[in-house]
Design a protein around this ligand. Structure first.
Ligand code: ZN
Ligand code: ZN
Length: 414
């Protein structure tokens, strides 16, 4: 047996998306409809009924974990997702290059994203990784750039805590914030000191860097400081392999999703052209998933464009992307697998309706197909069709259900 899980981020919608239809209902999806005819549908509350999901917590839940017990914050998944090594006790942050003016009152924010810089991040990274914290001895700090202005930071050392506030004021003209401990643990005060020293030293390391001199000469905002937010520690997540005794791989353009899957014990497959956006190469992802099934038991493919279009309140883009998923990802996957020995699941991690432009609490359609799936009466894919499906409505755990169809679920009790 083999299994494929496809999650389209923010797939779900509302009837207000398009004159009484959701984007998934309005999209023409012949391949998903054919799978619906062969398989079974239902509605899944990604975390639970009435819980408005973030993408990271929703993914943990869909992969079979309890995010209320495990979740420590987003930073650690970003760090893992961009290939950083994270150890127990490390404190991870999301980081971004920003542009500031050094004033008598502090660093004044000019551009939170340093003009979304496109080049030079690697050289800036080298300069940042020479920083040594002398006022908070025993704390090591590692920076890694990801895309544009984005990156991540790991603090390593004895006696650190994730309970510190962020330095990003999220507002132009505001001063860069001092990190503060958010509880009375001395480790939190020590971590806040380390963050504040790092912030100052990031400016020292960057403001006169050749990359920034060149940016200034070209009238681009310099990437002259690093802002930190989303402090989190490494959660203790038992690996999927330790639970199901099978091996899985993740294919995702977005670092956050790779990071969640890596934290759960999957291996990551890099696919050139997988961007984590609307322009992603879905055909390349399909080919990589089929190749991966030669060596692993299951593959998790994440696509992000649906959520981007939802946040942009762009119904036409969301419909078009769902149609691309159907034609360029689902079609080739179905054509490439052994239908008698492969189970497939397709769902979203939450709804991102067009009128709201952010995640909402409604459940998401979910589809299972494969030799052990009892076919239901539904013959097309969409929210209302899924609501009539044979699987009813359930919470999270889509991957465990999929692996269960493959006879890989451990027995609870005797
Ligand atoms: Zn999401
Ligand atoms: Zn989103």
């Amino acid at each position: 047996m083999k299994a494929i899980l496809v999650i389209a981020d923010g797939l779900g919608g509302r009837p207000s998306d398009l004159d009484g239809q959701t984007c998934a209902e309005a999209a023409s999806t012949p391949n998903l409809d054919a799978l619906a005819e062969d398989g079974a549908l239902g509605l899944v509350d990604p975390i639970g009924p009435g819980i408005r999901p973030g993408s990271d917590t929703a993914h943990l839940s869909l992969l079979g974990y309890d995010p209320f017990a495990l979740y420590t914050g987003r930073g650690v998944f970003e760090c893992l997702g961009i290939g950083m090594d994270v150890k127990t006790g490390d404190v991870c942050f999301r980081a971004n290059f920003a542009t500031v003016l050094d004033t008598d009152h502090g660093f004044r924010l000019v551009d939170r994203r340093a003009g979304r810089l496109e080049t030079g991040q690697d050289e800036l990274e080298v300069a940042l990784n020479r920083i040594e914290l002398t006022e908070t001895p025993g704390v090591q700090v590692m920076f890694r750039a990801s895309t544009q202005h984005r990156g991540a930071v790991v603090l390593r050392g004895e006696g650190l805590s994730p309970h510190v506030t962020e330095t990003d004021a999220h507002r132009v003209d505001a001063l860069v914030l001092e990190a503060r401990p958010s509880d009375s643990d001395p480790a939190s005060a020590r971590t806040a000191d380390a963050v504040n020293e790092y912030t100052r030293k990031s400016y020292q390391a960057l403001h006169d860097h050749p990359v920034n001199r060149k940016r200034l000469a070209q009238r681009n905002p310099p990437a002259n400081i690093v802002l930190l937010r989303g402090a989190s520690t490494c959660p203790r997540i038992p690996s999927l392999e330790s639970i199901y005794d099978v091996r899985g791989a993740v294919i995702a353009g977005g670092a956050l999703y790779r990071g969640v899957a890596l934290a759960c014990g999957m291996t990551s497959i890099d696919v050139p052209g997988a961007t984590g956006g609307l322009d992603t190469d879905l055909g390349a992802k399909a080919r990589a998933a089929l190749d991966a099934l030669d060596t692993v038991d299951y593959v998790f493919v994440h696509v992000k464009g649906t959520d981007n279009a939802g946040h942009d309140r762009d119904a036409a883009a969301k419909v078009a992307f769902i149609e691309r998923i159907d034609a360029e990802l689902i079609g080739p996957l179905v054509d490439g697998i052994d239908r008698d020995a492969t189970h497939l699941a397709f769902t979203g991690d939450h709804t991102t309706p067009i009128d709201y432009g952010d995640h909402t609490v409604e459940p998401v359609p979910v589809l299972f197909a494969g030799p052990n799936v009892a076919r239901d009466a539904v013959t097309s894919f969409g929210e209302r069709e899924a609501g009539r499906g044979g699987l009813g409505r359930f919470s999270g755990r889509v991957l465990p259900i999929l692996l269960g169809y493959c006879n890989w679920a451990p027995k609870f009790g005797s």
